[in-house]
Design a protein around this ligand. Sequence first.
Ligand code: GLP
Length: 241
Amino acid sequence: MKIIKVKNYDEMSRKAANIISAQVLIKPDSVLGLATGGSPLGTYKQLIEWYNKGDIDFSEITSINLDEYVGLPDTHEQSYHYFMHENFFDHVNVKPENIHVPNGVAANMTQACREYEELIKKAGGIDLQLLGIGTDGHIGFNEPDDFFEPLTHVVSLTESTIKANTRFFDSEDDVPRKAITVGIKTIMQAKKVLLIVNGKNKADAVKEAVCGKVTPAVPASILQLHPDCTIIGDEEAFSKL
Ligand code: GLP
């Protein structure tokens, strides 16, 4: 794991955007695994800024998002479809047909999971996977468990994730209880992984993920075994390392 300690959220976002830009510059048809949440917002903002200046071109990339809430239609303001369009896709030149987010309202979720896996395979796998981390150590929506779930699957969210994500909804009751997420194997098969993390509330999760043993009880700990994983974190997030 390569650890990059930065001062604050802005520096984290700039550095992450730099790594993504470099990836797209070197391989314009990169397959980018993208994430939602507060962590990558600044990164997307920076990428949009550079796109507007003409410094980066997304016209050939394919994007494959990590996860989506089950039961929220694309139009719901808290769906990850909506988030990605609002905060990134609608501001850059990614081709609509190259945008992929798991379908949280599929009539047959098992089939939707299988199709998402096929899609990733067909795209040739993920070149660069951007990740955030949950306070319980989850990546994507791979929650702490007794085993690593390898492929795209439906997951029941933990109490801690529901609580953490309540800030985006009117009340805790409105937070969906289930989500669809790509699995650990898919994340681990990405050629590069870039985890960004900020804030004191993530310090324990970061400590467990980086210094603890590799265990499905802390899903992010598996990243210790990834051959090309970079973690960019601010001083607060790294305060317990
Ligand atoms: C959410 C998402 C994750 C995200 C994590 C942290 O539940 N499913 O993909 O990385 O929690 O979110 P945030 O960046 O808002 O702290």
